[in-house]
Design a protein around this ligand. Structure first.
Ligand SMILES: [Zn+2]
Length: 270
């Protein structure tokens, strides 16, 4: 990419709401931070409150991975431990790719415009936290410990192991995803984010999904936008989109949402 690349930010679109864990949720923490007396597979916790939280990177990573597979993109880029993701290495591929402009490519490739989607960390809802503190029966603060049989692939022997989970019914609020608009095509790309959220609801977040953990649902989802080039000043106003509800409610209103975005975020034709 040449140095003459210009980047115009036309606006930002926000998706907010809360996340409900429909089944126990295990998003792994670092074993390096293990305290004595903790479980084998701990959840990640906010060091300030000791409450489990959902890292934005986990949400985003899972949405990306499901979106890549929904589009059959080549899994060409190793990210460690035998895990590959899809990354476009050529600018031509990138421009038409359904994945990379939204979810980004490594900085060193420099074949790209800025990543469209930012996903922030989501913390436990205060009401849920209060309830879990009251419940004396949680095994660990705010969590339960589930025993699972890990099957050795060679010997077929079953070894019990512990998985720490946030209990089903726990609410996390508010999640926030921010989608930046750099070109006209981005307005339609935004709808792809809603579809990836749907893919995630139908799949699972975190670990142990094939054993029933990690079913989540996005609730009370609201969309708003801030144009960075409005006549009334530099992005003073955040405007709420009339469409809101569940992800599937929003997907039913894709056309209306797109029309609304085109109206609120004007793309210069220069
Ligand atoms: Zn790509």
């Amino acid at each position: 990419m040449s140095e003459e690349k210009r980047v115009n930010l036309y606006g930002r679109i926000f998706i907010k709401g809360h996340i409900l864990a429909k089944t126990g949720l295990h998003i792994g923490g670092s074993p390096a931070g293990l305290a004595i007396g903790s479980v084998d597979n701990p959840v990640i916790r906010d060091p300030l409150t000791n409450q489990p939280y959902i890292p934005g990177s986990s949400l985003r990573g899972k949405m990306r991975s499901l979106w890549e597979k929904a589009h059959g993109r080549k899994q060409n880029w190793p990210i460690g431990k035998g895990v590959n993701i899809h990354i476009c290495e050529k600018l031509d591929d990138y421009n038409d790719c359904p994945v990379c402009p939204i979810y980004g490519v490594p900085g060193q490739l420099d074949a790209s415009s800025p990543t469209r989607l930012t996903v922030r960390d989501v913390f436990m809802d205060e009401e849920s936290a209060k309830q879990l503190r009251k419940q004396a029966q949680t095994d660990m603060p705010y969590t339960e410990v589930k025993w699972e049989a890990a099957i050795d692939r060679v010997t077929s022997a079953a070894t019990p192991r512990q998985i720490e989970r946030v209990p089903a019914g726990t609410k996390f609020s508010d999640f926030e995803m921010v989608f930046s608009v750099y070109e006209e095509k981005d307005l339609a790309r935004f709808l792809d984010v809603l579809e990836a959220m749907q893919l995630l609801e139908d799949d699972y977040l975190g670990g142990s999904g094939s054993r029933g953990s990690g079913k989540i649902v996005f609730e009370g989802v609201a969309i708003s936008a801030r144009a960075t080039r409005s006549k009334d000043g530099y992005g003073k106003e955040i405007i709420d989109c009339p469409a809101s509800g569940s992800v599937s409610d929003l997907l039913d209103k894709k056309t209306e949402i797109l029309t609304w975005l085109e109206e609120k975020i004007k793309i210069a034709k220069d």
